[in-house]
Design a protein around this ligand. Structure first.
Ligand code: NAD
Length: 498
């Protein structure tokens, strides 16, 4: 059986802890590899490597650091098919969708090519008599990233690209469910000219995560995953004196106003609800049509489209979506669908018994649609993370707006309407981090920042955009006087500019 180890000190190394976890092919249910689960000692060894390499990297001028990313972007483009196929083989999503995963990471690498400008700092000449004041952005030293299974290319790059561009060394702890792509990315970073020891990939589970959170040499931790673990990582990192940004789960609503272009709204819901089998933190999982007539038109148009979804393995280039990631995920989703029926929601499209010929042991769930869902139901409150869309019927705009506002999560939300007033009011009042107006998955581009509100995010700086430069650097402010004939007596009061 193939064993996936770690990437430390610029090369692949085998795991030594004796502990492993199975990596499945979600389309067939077969175990295709075993991934090593690092011990505390292995994590510490990676950190020691990073610590030795980091000062020289931080002292490398920012243009040279940027050039590594220019080259890396080239390599990602050259290897796109190979990378997307590797990603799909462990995640299960279609190869085209995996290309999107890699490209959204690549775009952050393009953004950090501007690091000489982005991390320039600030300067005030003449802040006082013969006094200049300036602020530097210095790397935190060693950063760490802990990532989820659903974007094994994009999210690691969202973290390591700005961290490394800022002059840090980095420890990446990817999801144990699809660990191969992050190692391949680390190899390509070396090929692009990154010195050994600056990007290390340590595979593992809670043991490795806890070792990161308590390591005295790691200064900042970025986490993306489910909310309970995000909350735990944030608290533990903070208690250990680390800077942390932790992004959690979601339940993204899409409001459909009576004046919306219904065909546009339905197509948007199909892609955002069922793309990647619903395993996206920005997937739309709740549709909120306003008014009975809007709801009836919506459901009527959705049903045939969901029934004709093309579901297949990643090798089927015509598939709209693939299987879910593991047997556990499959069982959890099936359990929640059954719970929705018990709670009285109407299962209008039932994908529970979907089977794909030749892939009977794969983790395929057919597209499901619930109508008449209410806010008290478990299927409304919980993130299902599968191809299941819930329709909650709202009587009016205010009721529709109150639904995402009262929900525990606050990652993304969308409104579909032709009314600029309604859209503007919605964007201004809703307590959610990322808003789409006639856009279903409003994932901001690399030069803006990504992050939710409420239980979808812990910490105050978002991913990518200028926030990421702030997160991976510390500010140092210098007040300098070069006296040219200025003389005076000792001053005992607080200096001010009075
Ligand atoms: P997860 O929380 O199970 O795992 C995330 C990471 O935490 C993995 O690296 C895993 O090894 C580690 N981990 C798991 N259990 C742990 C524990 N007890 N202690 C310490 N570390 C632990 O999440 P997942 O299933 O891989 O990913 C899906 C979740 O991620 C969904 O909730 C989704 O909404 C969320 N997500 C959020 C965003 C966002 O930006 N808000 C983006 C993508 C995914």
């Amino acid at each position: 059986m193939r064993e996936i180890g770690h990437f430390i000190g610029g090369k692949k190394v085998a795991g030594t802890s004796g502990r492993t976890s199975d990596v499945f092919n979600p389309a067939t249910g077969e175990v295709q590899a075993k991934v090593a689960l690092a011990s505390v000692e292995e994590l510490r060894a990676a950190v020691a490597n990073a610590k030795a390499a980091q000062p020289k990297w931080a002292a490398t001028n920012p243009q040279r650091r940027a050039r590594v990313f220019f080259k890396f972007v080239d390599l990602l483009n050259q290897h796109m098919d190979e990378l997307a196929t590797l990603l799909s083989s462990e995640h299960g999503k279609t190869v085209e969708d995996s290309k999107g995963d890699v490209i959204r990471g690549l775009e952050v690498c393009e953004f950090v090519c501007g690091i000489p400008h982005l991390a320039k700092g600030e300067f005030t000449e003449g802040a006082g008599p013969a006094i200049d004041m300036y602020s530097l952005r210095q790397p935190v030293g060693i950063g760490a990233g802990i990532t989820p299974f659903n974007f094994p290319g994009m999210i690691p790059m969202w973290m390591f690209a700005p961290a490394i561009a800022c002059g840090n060394a980095f420890i990446l702890k990817p999801s144990e469910r699809d660990p191969s792509l992050p190692i391949r990315l680390a190899e390509l970073m070396i090929e692009a000219g990154l010195p050994a020891g600056i990007l290390n990939v340590v595979n593992g589970d809670k043991t490795a995560v806890d070792a990161i959170l308590t390591d005295p040499d790691i200064g900042a931790v970025s986490f993306v995953g489910s909310t309970p673990i995000a909350r735990y990582v944030y608290g533990t990192a903070a208690m250990n004196g680390k800077r942390a940004q932790c992004f959690g789960g979601a339940k993204n609503h899409m409001i459909i106003m009576p004046d919306a272009d219904m065909d546009q709204a339905v197509n948007a819901l199909m892609g955002a609800g069922y793309g990647s089998a619903g395993e996206r933190c920005m997937a739309v999982s709740v549709a909120v049509p306003v008014g009975e007539e809007t709801a009836n038109r919506l459901v009527e148009k959705l049903v045939p489209k969901i029934e004709s979804l093309r579901i297949g393995p990643y090798t089927d280039d015509k598939a709209d979506m693939g299987p879910v990631v593991t047997k556990d995920a499959y069982n959890r989703i099936q359990g929640l669908i059954n719970k929705g029926i018990e709670e009285g929601a109407k299962l209008v499209v039932d994908g529970r018994d979907f089977k794909l010929q030749g892939y009977e042991n794969g983790y395929f769930v057919g597209g499901c649609l619930f109508d008449n869902v209410t806010p008290e139901m478990e299927i409304y409150k919980t993130e299902i993370f599968g191809p299941v869309l819930s329709v909650v019927r709202a009587h009016n705009y205010e009721e529709a707006l109150s639904l995402p506002m009262k929900h525990e999560y606050g990652n993304g939300v969308a409104i579909f309407t032709r009314d600029g007033d309604a859209a503007r009011d919605f964007a201004s009042r809703v307590n959610i981090g990322m808003i789409g107006i006639n856009v279903p998955i409003p994932v901001p581009l690399a030069y803006h920042s990504f992050g939710g509100w409420k239980a979808s995010s812990f910490g105050d700086l978002n991913q990518h955009g200028t926030d990421s430069i702030k997160f991976w650097t510390r500010t140092k402010t210098i007040t300098a006087r070069w006296p040219s004939g200025i003389k005076g007596d000792a001053e005992f009061v607080m200096p001010t500019m009075k």
